[in-house]
Design a protein around this ligand. Structure first.
Ligand code: PEP
Ligand code: MG
Length: 326
């Protein structure tokens, strides 16, 4: 099936009415695909750094991290690479860092661990900043942000890392990368007015946002049928995020699985998302679909979908739309 979309590599992602959509890559989990994927995407919208930490037998040193981050930044240069700081906990565990909890998805996860272990966080931030010297295509993203203190403490630690590196390497020009947050905890989507002044961008993590909005464990097969990002509540939240980010002039994107699903991508573009980050296997397929549609058609579909009261009804509409436009 993927061969059918292979020719898409040669085209830019632009709709029939001329809207350019940035298609970015979710990377990190498959460690070796970087080099050959750079030319078919507009950069990396989510680099999951934890995947590499999970393969190691211990926390990697700052210089080890620097070498590795530099290789990634180089592979996609001059396109941006959004590196996410360590997002362990939940379903992602390190053999050498024991976390035992009854409710891991509601426990010690993502930024919470980084803020409780500033030495690890500072090491990672410094490694990223050093790797970016002479390149400048790094952006940093913070996972699992749920409150203002986490934003403020993370930014303060970033300032510390930046200051200390400048002291240590006075002859080097260390660039200040954009710093953004993931919107994946429901509280975060109600805080955009406050945080838009503090951060440079945000990216919706629709996997976790769906999990937490619907109270459905994303990795529990028994309730898998309830885990559905096409639930009207999820769609309405995603739509509200787009409206608010536009209002507060905060650059926004989405990097959950929904963006790599052609039907999801169509709805998101209709909402106003112009940056979608997805797995390599989805890129050409999504491009194929959006190059054959007008945004106005997508908007008409979205309007209908937002008025439905169940995921089943939404999916019935999106499927017949896809068939009509085959
Ligand atoms: C998400 O939660 O949607 C996301 C992109 O991050 P992860 O899947 O790594 O938790
Ligand atoms: Mg997540």
């Amino acid at each position: 099936l993927n061969n059918r979309f292979l020719a898409e590599q040669n085209f830019t992602a632009v709709t029939l009415d001329g809207e350019h959509i940035s298609l970015l890559l979710n990377a990190g989990l498959e460690l070796n695909t970087q080099q050959n994927s750079a030319h078919i995407c507009d950069g990396v919208g989510l680099y999951r750094t934890e995947a590499w930490f999970m393969q190691k037998g211990q926390f990697p040193s700052q210089s080890e991290q620097e070498t590795w981050y530099r290789e990634v930044l180089n592979s996609y240069y001059p396109n941006p690479v959004v590196m996410r700081t360590l997002d362990i906990g939940g379903d992602k565990v390190l053999d050498y860092f024991n976390i035992t909890e009854e409710n891991p998805f509601l426990g010690w996860r993502g930024i919470r661990i980084s803020l409780d272990h500033p030495e690890l966080f500072l090491d990672q931030l410094k490694a990223m900043l050093k790797a970016n010297i002479g390149l400048g295509n790094l952006k940093i993203m913070l996972p699992m942000i749920s409150g203002t203190e986490e934003v403020d403490e993370s930014l303060a630690l970033f300032e510390q890392a930046y200051f200390e590196l400048n002291e240590q390497y006075p002859e080097q020009t260390i660039e200040r990368p954009d710093i953004g947050i993931m919107l994946e905890v429901p509280s975060s989507v109600f805080m955009l007015a406050d945080w838009s002044k503090k951060v440079d961008f945000c990216s919706v993590g629709s996997n976790d946002l769906t999990q937490y909005l619907l109270a459905v464990d994303r990795s529990n097969a028994r309730v898998a049928e309830l885990f559905n990002p096409y639930h009207p509540a999820v769609l309405r939240v995603l739509n509200n995020v787009a409206r608010e980010c536009q209002q507060y002039e905060l650059p926004f994107s989405l990097c959950g699985e929904l963006g790599g699903d052609p039907e999801g991508a169509i709805l998101l573009i209709a909402m106003g998302y112009r940056r979608l980050s997805m797995n390599l296997s989805s890129l050409n397929k999504v491009k194929w679909v959006l190059r054959r549609l007008h945004v106005s058609e997508m908007e008409a579909l979205l309007k209908e979908c937002l008025a439905q009261s169940s995921a089943k009804q939404v999916l019935r509409l999106t499927r017949s739309f896809m068939i009509e436009h085959e």
